[in-house]
Write a protein that binds this ligand. Structure first.
Ligand SMILES: O=P(O)(O)OC[C@H]1O[C@H](OP(=O)(O)OP(=O)(O)O)[C@H](O)[C@@H]1O
Ligand code: HPA
Ligand SMILES: [Mg+2]
Length: 180
């Protein structure tokens, strides 16, 4: 375990198994729908890679870069689109792939954007759900793990201006001294 991590919440093995489970549910639900899977950068990267390997339905994958945290541990409440999709969502079934739903602000913005662009359906798959962090009323449709209200890092999730810890293979809670 990395020296800055206090506790591992979700292990590499648990993530691997969960990606298989979620992948097979999505394969069934989207069998004849040729959905567009949209990863929200940068946090989605490990998850969308492992999830997509376990989906047998025809899927197209695209990415959008939206940011609300700007490097800290608190959501700024302001969403910026740093990179837009290169695919049109009009008339498509869209699955947004997220690493975590916390305040719900990022998703709320992105879901209404895709609806206004004419998506046929918009659903969300997230590895982590932190319901106690919620500020806006948004729920994911497919959830890997429900976690308590702690700031977590690893498996795509970062902390700080240098965006460290995304490369950890597990999800863990940072030690308090790392914040100060
Ligand atoms: O529910 P919310 O409170 O909106 O938080 C969730 C979002 O915040 C993080 O992204 P961030 O904006 O830090 O960008 P990143 O993925 O590049 O780290 C995370 O990857 C989610 O996209
Ligand atoms: O707990 C978190 N950790 C890292 N990034 C995040 N973005 C929203 N919540 C979190
Ligand atoms: Mg972040």
């Amino acid at each position: 375990m990395h020296n800055d991590i206090k506790e591992i919440l979700v292990t590499e093995e648990q993530i691997r198994e969960k990606c298989k489970e979620l992948g097979s549910v999505l394969s069934e639900d989207y069998k004849n729908k040729k959905p567009l899977v949209v990863g929200l950068l940068k946090g989605c990267v490990p998850f969308i890679g492992d999830l997509a390997k376990n989906i047998s339905a025809y899927i197209q994958i695209d990415y959008m870069d939206v940011s609300s945290y700007h490097g800290g541990t608190q959501s700024s409440g302001e969403i910026r689109i740093l990179k837009d999709l290169s695919t049109s969502v009009k008339g498509r079934h869209v699955i947004i792939a997220e690493d975590i739903v916390d305040t719900g602000r990022t998703l709320k913005e992105v879901i209404s954007l895709f609806e206004s662009r004419g998506a046929l359906s918009v659903r969300v798959v997230t590895l982590l759900d932190k319901p106690e962090g919620r500020i806006v009323d948004i729920e994911a449709d497919y959830i890997g793990f429900t976690i308590p209200k702690a700031f977590v890092v690893g498996y795509g999730l970062d902390y700080g201006e240098y965006e460290f810890y995304r490369n950890l293979p597990y999800v863990g809670v940072l030690k308090e001294e790392v914040y100060s």
